[in-house]
Design a protein around this ligand. Structure first.
Ligand SMILES: C[S@@+](CC[C@H](N)C(=O)[O-])C[C@H]1O[C@@H](n2cnc3c(N)ncnc32)[C@H](O)[C@@H]1O
Length: 257
């Protein structure tokens, strides 16, 4: 692994193109089983009739694998081909036949509509300016069955300030090493994650610069078109309490009008 620095090349690559290969390791603290159980509970509480669920920005498919244990027909897509590839490999390994494809959550059109669409783990924070979120509502509306549900979460400013104001992390395995520098640009409300990734037997050091917009709950609520969706719930984290700026994560449950 110790490659002389004069041999190392540096390369900036698109978000998730290399992180995809280490994503499950970096996110190993996330309990997707509990997340899936939470979403299932919210769906049951609000409508027992949901049968088909689409996960947009599904990443490496960890949520889908857990959600597949409930009685839904599920599918997913992601903008990053590398994340989709990781998800596909995991599904194959687990003998799962979950439809999966590459797509853009603010611009998609499907042959079959879904009863519910989910977009999780602050994926929506990648959409900015806010017009892109408006496009997202519009396309979700068009791809949902009547009275369908849209469920997404955001991470809040409190989360960025409390945990990531000036955060540095470094981890190494036999296969790769990954460094992450996180910071919050308060004036612009931008949460930045700069990754530096290097793989064994690869002289290149890969840089990925991730930028997420931190929206206020009020901004999200005001951006939801009242002629398309009714806001059913704004939830604090993984609870059924009302979310606020004191929350670290907020789930929004919308119902198609
Ligand atoms: C923090 S990851 C979350 C992935 C997954 N939902 C999870 O829970 O692990 C954010 C994901 O959003 C995806 N993404 C970002 N912009 C997107 C877009 N416009 N359309 C679809 N996916 C997008 C990224 O490729 C990445 O997989």
């Amino acid at each position: 692994m110790a490659i002389p620095s004069w041999l190392q090349q540096k390369k900036t690559v698109a978000p998730y193109s290399k992180l995809a290969l280490v994503y499950d390791f970096v996110m190993r603290h996330v309990n997707y089983r509990e997340w899936a159980a939470f979403i299932n509970k919210i769906f049951i509480k609000n409508n027992g009739e949901i049968k088909t669920v689409l996960d947009v920005a599904c990443g490496t498919g960890s949520f889908l694998i857990e959600f597949n244990k409930f009685d839904y027909e599920i599918a997913g897509f992601d903008f990053s081909c590398e994340m989709v590839q990781q998800a596909r490999q995991k599904f194959e390994k687990n003998g799962l036949k979950i439809p999966l494809w590459h797509g853009n959550m603010s611009q998609f059109a499907l042959n079959d509509k879904f009863d519910a669409i989910v977009c999780l783990y602050d994926s929506i924070n990648y959409l900015f300016p806010i017009e892109k979120i408006r496009q997202f509502y519009q396309v979700c509306y068009e791809n949902l069955n009547s009275s369908g549900f849209l469920l997404f979460d955001i991470c809040t400013e409190r989360n960025s300030i409390k945990y990531f104001k000036n955060y540095y992390d470094y981890e190494q395995t036999a296969r790769f090493r990954v460094a992450r520098k996180s910071y919050y640009i308060e004036e612009e409300r931008i949460h930045a994650n700069d990754f530096k990734i290097q793989f064994r037997n690869d002289q290149t050091i890969y840089f990925e610069f991730h930028r997420q917009k931190i929206y206020l709950i009020k901004e999200i609520e005001e951006s939801i078109p009242s002629d398309l969706f009714e806001i059913v719930a704004v939830l604090d984290g993984f609870t059924e309490n009302r979310g606020s700026e004191a929350s670290e994560r907020v789930h929004f449950l919308l119902k198609k009008i």
